[in-house]
Design a protein around this ligand. Structure first.
Ligand code: URA
Ligand code: SF4
Length: 215
């Protein structure tokens, strides 16, 4: 075993689960952040769909640009629209709590939405609005290059699969899509309305994390 493998083994025995590498890797991360910021500027000007009329500001997404797992929701809600950050309202707090219950931190992953602007009265984005916004999400994924994309709810699943998805029937599905592994689960807002589904969402989040870190 080489010196590096030995050191890593020792760190693993000490309970470390991940290593954040510096040096050469830091340059790549910085480059990724720059590319993501370019998208932020573009969406600030974007008027490709009518949702731009209702936004306070678009919400790009946030988190680790090197994440192995990206969570994708539907669109910003009221709190997200005000703060410019994804999943910070009630549903977001539940998502953050479940990630922590799974033994991880929200910052380890990247969190975003299919649509970057808030729909009026938080209605579901239309298929056309999702199609208009999808290229931004695709570029985010191409920059971050996660292994797993966890789709929160039927709307996000529909945007990727191009068909209607009944999430109660299809949650837990693992689907290969353009070089990524899609993992389908409930939206945390659904769990707020159906608290008995919380354990399932927790188990799904654990499964998505496990898939993301397995080689
Ligand atoms: N619901 C979503 O789908 N996305 C958010 O960012 C917040 C709530
Ligand atoms: Fe542009 Fe997306 Fe906002 Fe529509 S939702 S205006 S496509 S950034």
């Amino acid at each position: 075993m080489g010196q590096l493998s030995k050191h890593i083994r020792i760190l693993e025995e000490l309970g470390y689960e991940y290593l954040y590498l510096e040096g050469g890797m830091a340059d790549i991360t910085e480059e990724k952040l720059k590319e993501l910021e370019k998208i932020r500027k573009e969406i600030q000007e974007c008027k490709k769909c009518d949702l731009h009329k209702y936004r306070t500001q678009p919400v790009l997404g946030e988190g680790n640009p090197d994440a192995r797992l990206v969570f994708v929701g539907e669109a910003p809600g009221g709190d997200e629209d005000k703060q410019g950050r994804p999943f910070v309202g009630r549903a977001g707090k539940l998502l953050t709590k479940l990630i922590e219950e799974a033994g991880h931190k929200r910052e380890e992953f990247y969190i975003t939405n299919v649509c970057k602007c808030r729909p009026p009265k938080n209605r579901t984005p239309t298929p056309w609005e999702m199609e208009a916004c999808f290229p931004y999400l695709k570029r985010q994924l191409e920059i971050i290059k996660p292994k797993v994309v966890c789709l929160l709810g039927g709307t996000a699943a529909r945007a990727f699969l191009g068909r209607q998805v009944s999430i109660t029937k299809e949650r837990g599905s693992v689907i290969n899509w353009n070089g990524y592994i899609l993992y389908l689960t409930y939206h945390p807002a659904y769990v707020l309305r159906n608290p008995s589904a919380e354990q399932t969402l927790l188990e799904d989040i654990k499964k998505a994390i496990q898939l993301a870190y397995s080689d």
